[in-house]
Design a binder for this molecule. Structure first.
Ligand code: AHR
Length: 501
């Protein structure tokens, strides 16, 4: 029987709410159709934003939203997306499906979306094909509260007050779609571009995010820090607050991603094995950053993560539309437990992508919407946002999987907020339930105040527009307590959340 030991006397840092962030790119039907339908749409909306979608996002307490890309960001020229909609430029979205981008969703609309969701704003600038002046002017347009050409332009376009830009990304994947740069070249460009990302609002500084790596190779990280770290002042919100990491799960590699809803047992374990790989990636880059920044002034923003499967049959290959099953629920649970446990460095993460693209939390079709299994896991895990991570360890849980894809049978993380302990456990096994005894260091009376599970009667289960609730978070009661010790039986292929007082 597995044993989970929780040390209530040892906190290991705060789980930044932003670890539960999201990513929305001008890609496929993420923005258009997904969340923005325009004021004239028959679909109920507020200022063009779908009411059903915004409500669903509020339920999972989306803390931060990244926009406009991704690869799209390094080809995005923000001035194309402001002013009267009829005169906004119509362009081709070269990265994603070659469709027309009419720029009807731009800076004002993004800020309005974040206002409605109640989340922080993360704007990703264009370093790949834009200029320093363009980036600098965008920040001035959004955040300057005074008299200046860009502030006047913003006012002319209907927004008197500046907005809060909480995070600003200086380029995206600049080793790839963002300009195919070498680490040395990007690091120098970062120094230059970030200089002009001005702090107009001293009470609400913009946190700057440097483009980091997308693989385990630490060369990019090392060069970036060698080139930039000595410029980082002792406080945050200075030169580089965060460095991005991207991690996608391509189960058999890029050329063998497989279908989202059809997979063998072997593929299940392969996918989970790959998902667990994010731990190694974070550990490798942490080892490098620790050499430069032992005081942990710089954090990681894992601002793209999730499963990347083949697109659904009959859909535009450039739109990256995929379904989401119990397998996605497990990948979400595994990854989020890892982020929680690494919260000393991981200060933000954005699931790719929020709606209708890759491992989405929401799928839409016309006026219909479904919450995916991943949405339900994020709903379970929302209690970790802003909580203190508690030291916890799992012993005797053993392993499961196949000879090639051996994975731990159970993964966990534990936090405490307002006196309530949240425990999230994943059972990775396709065949076996797992019994876990929870042992607290303090010998005190315990009550389970809430317990839920996300699983399916079949691991391929998913939610369709006709059957939207096949996989959902349901009340969980398979635990017993002697008042002090807790024993939980995790169903196979399940994500369990318990709240204990
Ligand atoms: O999320 C899809 C794409 O994946 C993003 O645009 C890019 O940054 C990454 O390669």
């Amino acid at each position: 029987m597995a044993k989970l030991t929780i040390n209530e006397n040892k906190t290991c840092g705060t789980i930044a709410p932003e670890i539960y962030g999201h990513f929305s790119e001008h890609l496929g039907r993420c923005i258009y159709d997904g969340v923005f339908v325009g004021e004239q749409s028959d679909i109920p909306n507020v200022n063009g934003m779908r009411t059903d979608v915004v409500e669903a996002l509020k339920e999972i307490k989306v803390p931060v939203l990244r926009w406009p890309g991704g690869c799209f960001a390094d080809e995005y020229h923000w001035k194309d997306g402001i002013g009267p909609k009829a005169s906004r430029k119509k362009l081709v979205n070269t990265h994603w499906g070659g469709v027309t981008e009419d720029n009807s969703f731009g800076t004002h609309e993004f800020m309005e979306l974040c206002r409605q969701i109640g989340c922080k704003t993360y704007v990703n600038g264009n370093l790949g094909s834009g200029t320093v002046q363009e980036m600098s002017e965008w920040v001035e347009y959004m955040t300057f509260n005074g008299v200046s050409p860009m502030a006047e332009l913003r006012k002319k376009n209907g927004h008197e007050e500046p907005w809060a830009v909480d995070y600003f990304g200086v380029g995206n994947e600049n080793w790839g779609c963002g300009g195919n740069m070498t680490a040395e070249h990007y690091a120098n460009e970062y120094r230059r571009y970030q200089t002009y990302v001005r702090q107009y609002d001293k009470d609400h500084p913009v946190a700057k995010i440097a483009c980091g790596p997308g693989t385990e190779d630490t060369h990019w990280t090392r060069v970036l820090l060698e080139t930039c770290y000595d410029h980082a002042p002792a406080n945050t919100h200075g030169f580089m607050d965060l460095m991005s990491l991207h991690y996608y799960v391509f189960p058999g590699g890029w050329d063998d991603r497989g279908a989202a809803t059809e997979y063998s047992d072997e593929r299940w374990y392969q996918t989970l094995f790959k998902a667990l790989g994010i731990e190694k990636m974070i550990a490798g880059h942490t080892a490098v950053i620790d050499q430069f920044d032992p005081e942990k002034k710089i954090g990681f923003a894992v601002d793209e993560w999730g499963n990347w499967f083949d697109v659904e049959k009959g859909t535009n290959p450039g739109f990256l539309y995929q379904q989401s099953t119990v397998r996605d629920a497990l990948v979400a649970g595994i990854t989020l437990n890892i982020f929680n446990k690494r919260c000393d460095r991981v200060r933000m993460a954005c699931l790719a992508q929020m709606i209708n693209v890759l491992q989405s939390v929401i799928l839409t079709e016309g006026d219909r919407m479904v919450k995916t299994p991943t949405w339900h896991v994020l709903h379970q895990f929302r209690h970790h946002q802003g909580a203190e991570l508690l030291e916890s360890a799992l012993t005797e849980a053993g392993e499961t999987g196949t000879e090639k894809w051996t994975v731990p049978a159970v993964t966990e993380s534990v936090s405490r907020k307002d006196g309530i302990i949240t425990i999230t456990l994943n059972n990775l096994s396709l065949t076996d339930a797992q019994e876990v005894t929870v042992q607290f260091t303090e010998d005190a009376a315990r009550t389970v105040t809430e317990a839920t599970v996300v699983t399916g009667s079949d691991v391929h289960d998913h939610n369709t527009f006709d059957t939207p609730e096949t996989v959902k978070e349901t009340a969980f009661s398979d635990y017993r307590s002697d008042g002090r010790k807790l024993t939980v039986t995790l169903p196979k292929a399940g994500v369990v959340m318990l709240r204990v007082k």
